[in-house]
Design a protein around this ligand. Sequence first.
Ligand SMILES: Nc1ncnc2c1ncn2[C@@H]1O[C@H](COP(=O)(O)OP(=O)(O)OP(=O)(O)O)[C@@H](O)[C@H]1O
Ligand SMILES: [Mg+2]
Length: 331
Amino acid sequence: MAEGYVEYRNLRKSFGGLEILHGVDLTIPEGAFAVLVGPSGCGKSTLLRMTAGLEDVTSGEINIAGRMVNNVHAKNRGIAMVFQSYALYPHMSVEDNMSFGLKMRKTPLHLITDRIKRAAAILKLGPMLDRLPSQLSGGQRQRVAMGRALTREPEVFLFDEPLSNLDAKLRVEMRAEIKALHQRLKTTTIYVTHDQIEAMTMADLVVVMHDDRIEQVGEPLAIYDRPANLFVAEFLGSPAMNLIPGTIAQDADGRFVQTEAGLRLPLEPEANGTVGQAVVYGIRPEKPDGRGRGGRYPPGHCVGKDRAVDGQHEAAGGVLPRRRGRAAARR
Ligand SMILES: Nc1ncnc2c1ncn2[C@@H]1O[C@H](COP(=O)(O)OP(=O)(O)OP(=O)(O)O)[C@@H](O)[C@H]1O
Ligand SMILES: [Mg+2]
């Protein structure tokens, strides 16, 4: 289908009298892996919960596969959601946890058995089917939560910070597993995370939210290289982008940015802005020589690679080498 698989149209949400989502318009194509990022409290979980049918829509529309689902019951939306807390039943075995939802939906027993077998194979849970959640590690529990979502064979997967309770090593492994799963199943996925590396490496589409609205939507590298505004520029990337206030100036060689400290920073010919305009110049810390531009590094290598380039005013003698692009400072 040409239009998005999950579509939000002017979606609003209020709790009591307080509006916390101010009209979200967003289209997620079929099969995409969309990652929602944004500061705590900006409404990411609320958006997922509304999509899943766990929270009412105040106004606007949620469409899934071309169908308006505002009033469709959660269990009939074709959605499976994985939470940070796993939300497993402690008194049920792994197998029962995975089959419970299907039994509630009166799925035929042979289908349940088939699906559990398949999910257990994909997630390597076969030897653990009889165990209780308390007899599993955190990573294994999260796999059971994913297995339970898988057995639903949903049209859309929703993940709300599924890996944030895991240690760094497990997180890397699970990240790879979730990504591999997506490549295999191609199920449209919306994934919330605070982890920038997760966002940059897993997403086809990154959605940056702030103050209860969407700031920018795009491919990870496009957003990283071309942040739409200062918020996005500062939010994505660790260490953060260096932001240097200055003024656009011009000489015989063309336009450049003059900083208060006397730095002369090269400006792309296509950069907008007029001579005399006050601007903020951004330099990614890991791109001091401009080599990272144009997507030559795979996304996973674009974040947190290097030191921040501060304190270079003196070292650079006030003049930086002229290169195309914003990321052109050098010691
Ligand atoms: N049931 C509720 N009643 C009242 N306010 C709520 C309710 N649920 C969420 N909120 C408020 O809505 C806002 C968005 O919350 P939400 O949980 O969606 O944020 P989030 O982006 O997921 O944050 P985090 O990154 O911390 O998980 C917050 O200000 C929160 O306090
Ligand atoms: Mg949340």
